[in-house]
Design a protein around this ligand. Structure first.
Ligand code: ATP
Ligand code: MG
Length: 265
């Protein structure tokens, strides 16, 4: 049985594609067979985040149109043998594919993969409807900002109306120093508003951007960084493991204390 999960948010730019690339890679590193589906037709990103952009020959649309077999459109990641990407078409619009066609593609993928993770575009229009069409579960990504949280709330309602009730939350780009100064919502604040189970907290860290720019998700990096650990933990929780949440506030306080001690000594 494969799990079909959509990564979505409502608001743009909160980290859906980054989460999808890192979770897909983390699960593939645990030898799960993973297919990532880029549902952002017209503005695809996942190929770049995974460093696979030069290997895209066909797209999901070619497979739908019968111009290639689905297998031919799937890009296998040479660095992660268990990971494959189904790229979106770049020079077309979100209306160029419909929910039924998307379901058809994912149905075929589900026969040969443990996980199918669909990267949703921002918004709640056609692209969103395509992305959620086949999903059984959803990961809501939000940053701790009021606008993102309000959009996430709306999207949770839409998912439930669509019959998707297994919805878990990822709070991305948390900045403990801002939370401490009351300049940013805390994870508890976000949870109080959204009232769905939390599956991960990812710190705001520029190394995530550096890794993305290099086309190598941070979880696959040689160094085990805090954001990499956060993504790896989410993958383990998806697998059903009980993994305590990283205490990012404590990590921040330790750092501040070390700096204070340094200046005192
Ligand atoms: N934890 C993080 N720390 C620092 N930067 C991050 C983090 N997560 C994401 N980013 C950066 O935020 C930007 C937006 O991320 P991403 O493209 O994944 O968002 P998105 O929700 O998929 O956007 P869109 O709605 O346009 O599809 C990127 O530059 C990415 O590198
Ligand atoms: Mg994206």
């Amino acid at each position: 049985m494969s799990r079909i999960i959509v990564t979505t948010s409502g608001k743009g730019g909160v980290g859906k594609s980054t989460v999808t690339a890192n979770l897909g890679t983390a699960l593939a590193m645990q030898k799960r067979k993973v297919a990532l589906v880029d549902a952002d037709f017209g503005l695809r990103n996942l190929d770049l985040l995974l460093g696979l952009e030069n290997r895209v020959v066909y797209t999901a649309l070619d497979a739908v149109a019968g111009q290639c077999r689905l297998e031919q459109a799937l890009v296998k990641d040479k660095r992660q043998p268990h990971l494959a990407l189904l790229p979106a078409a770049q020079n077309r619009t979100k209306e160029s594919i419909n929910p039924e066609q998307m379901k058809g593609l994912i149905d075929v993928l589900s026969k040969t993969h443990d996980y199918i993770i669909v990267d949703s575009p921002a918004g709640i229009e056609m692209g969103f409807r395509n992305a959620i069409a086949a999903a059984q579960e959803a990961l809501i990504v939000t940053t701790p900002e009021v606008t993102a949280v309000r959009d996430a709330d709306r999207v949770i309602g839409l998912l439930e109306a669509h019959g998707i009730n297994n919805i878990q939350l990822i709070v991305n780009r948390l900045r403990p120093e801002m939370v401490q100064l009351n300049d940013m919502m805390s994870v508890d604040d976000v949870l109080e508003i959204l009232a769905i189970p939390l599956i991960g907290i990812v710190p705001d860290d520029e190394r995530v951007i550096v890794a993305s720019n290099r086309g190598e998700p941070i979880v696959a990096g040689r160094k085990l960084t805090l954001p990499a650990m956060a993504f790896l933990n989410i993958a383990r929780r998806l697998e059903g493991e009980q993994v305590p949440f990283l205490d990012l506030m404590a990590a921040h306080n330790n750092l501040v204390n070390r700096i204070k001690r340094f200046f005192r000594s």
